[in-house]
Design a protein around this ligand. Structure first.
Ligand code: AMP
Ligand code: ZN
Length: 465
């Protein structure tokens, strides 16, 4: 069956065919390991995982590379601000190597608990400094750079189509830029490839330009080239990567080999919380640990992500998560009924369900539609082991452990309605803001609705009156 993916490069849904027959070569921008991944970050890797599983469902083998950004890069994509790894190192009084190791391990734990498969090749930036250096040298040889006393810059004006992913021309970027223009740059969109390290910079390497460290965009181009060659099939990342990071990766590859590195560019949209941005100051930057503490296993969050296309923004609320917990419980119960079924079901019915599911996932990973087929199978009036087998096959894409009863079926507070949880959350927020008056008002409101709230070490406990 044909597969169609939306390609950010052409802004169209296109038929997908790998360059090398049955093997798909794919690259995903990995995490910067200086903090615990929040559930927004994890949405990006759930998308990556679903893509992998859909390709496998279609019989493809994968050669998939993901980098780990463990060398500091500057705070914003556009080379402004303080180095992220250094900020974390200072914050936690550790050296950047320890920070990287700690948060990389934490990231893999999160991946595992979400059932996200590890890409075939995991490449730490710090293990690939030599290939980055070679890469820069070739770009210099090819005439795409200029240098100041301490930095080698990429000259984006040398790439006539620079801005091809976001559709932004260099001049527009200049007009829209909020950051101060670095006087050493010839064009606002130029970026650092190779930078001389000041003495206090802990991560630095000997090179043709003295003791240096690489610009952030470089690692993805050099690592992609090392394992996948000059051109491969798919490149993935979050939508925030489109206007700078991925434009710059393309520019670097053109400077290096004259080629755009990937045929398909796929981008996952953002997770919002309560309709807005996630941020520390709003105290809504949740991790998997926060979800677990409230009784939601990672599988519930996986299921939550199937309610929307990866290309749409998705809004996280506790009520939404609660609804998905209930749905997941029903799904697993429904599977059990089919697994215990003794009736027969006609082959053409199975075939029809299978076709519909396959068409949905092959249509740019339409998971909401795929889930509606799953529900049709679950609710099918005939109960048959054949349907259970089909559901298990679908679960190779869903990865919800459909045949296993897990912790999430024993949610501690199944009786507490979302409305009460919302009030409790608001109260928690008020307490954190030391707004005791508001906190008392909310407690009263909760009491009037027939529930009791008690503060605990981890937040609060709610019981029915
Ligand atoms: P970082 O570790 O900051 O490089 O981010 C890792 C990945 O998470 C990137 O692919 C980002 O695009 C993605 N990301 C960051 N915030 C969100 C969010 N709120 N929703 C979805 N993806 C996000
Ligand atoms: Zn990247």
């Amino acid at each position: 069956m044909d597969i169609y993916f939306y390609n950010t490069l052409t802004k169209e849904k296109e038929k997908f065919e790998p360059i090398n027959g049955k093997e798909v070569r794919m690259y995903s921008c990995g995490p910067t390991v200086y903090y615990n991944a929040h559930i927004g970050n994890l949405r990006a890797y759930l998308f990556m995982d679903t893509l992998r599983r859909v390709l496998k469902y279609n019989g493809y083998q994968l050669k998939h590379v993901m980098n780990i950004t463990d060398v500091g890069h500057l705070t914003s994509d556009a080379d402004e601000g303080e180095d992220k790894m250094m900020v974390a190192a200072k914050r936690e009084n550790k050296d950047p190597w320890e920070i990287a190791k700690y948060y990389m391990d934490a990231f893999f734990k999160d991946m595992e608990s979400l059932n996200i498969e590890k890409p075939e090749i995991i490449a730490r930036a710090t293990d690939h400094i030599a290939i980055m250096e070679q890469y820069v040298k070739k770009i210099i040889e090819n005439g795409y750079t200029y240098q100041t006393e301490d930095t080698i810059y990429f000259d984006t004006s040398k790439v006539p189509d620079y801005g091809m992913l976001s559709g932004k021309k260099i001049e527009e970027q200049k007009a829209g830029a909020r950051v101060e223009f670095d006087k050493n740059k010839k064009n606002i969109s130029d970026f650092a490839l190779w930078i001389k390290a000041p003495k206090e910079h802990i991560m630095q390497w000997d090179s043709f330009f003295g003791k240096c460290y690489p610009g952030w965009h470089l690692e993805c181009s050099a690592i992609g080239y090392q394992y996948l060659g000059e051109q491969f099939d798919i490149h993935t990342g979050g939508i925030d990567h489109i206007p700078i990071h991925h434009e710059n990766e393309i520019a670097q590859s053109i400077g290096f080999s004259g080629k755009i590195p990937a045929k398909f560019w796929m981008h996952v949209n953002f997770l919002k919380v309560d309709g807005g941005k996630m941020s520390k100051s709003l105290n809504n930057l949740y991790t998997l640990k926060d979800l677990k503490e409230k009784g939601y296993e990672p599988e519930v969050y996986r299921m939550f992500n199937f309610n929307s296309s990866y290309r749409s923004a998705i809004n996280f609320t506790w009520e939404g998560l609660e609804a998905n917990l209930k749905a997941l419980q029903k799904l697993k119960e429904g599977y059990q009924k089919q697994a215990e079924g003794t009736e027969d079901v006609e082959d053409n019915i199975i075939h029809n369900f299978e076709e519909k599911f396959h068409q949905a996932i092959n249509d740019d990973l339409n998971m909401p539609l795929a889930m509606s087929v799953v529900w049709d199978v679950i609710k099918y009036p005939i109960k048959s082991k054949k349907l259970a087998k089909l559901l298990k096959k679908f679960d190779t894409v869903l990865a919800l452990n459909i045949d296993k009863q897990t912790e999430n079926t024993k949610h501690e507070n199944p009786e507490i309605p979302p409305e009460i949880i919302e009030l409790a959350e608001k109260r928690k927020q008020a307490r954190e803001n030391k707004d005791w008056q508001q906190s008392d008002k909310l407690r009263e409101e909760i009491n009037n609705k027939g529930y009791n709230i008690k503060d605990s070490k981890d937040g609060y406990e709610i019981t029915k009156n």
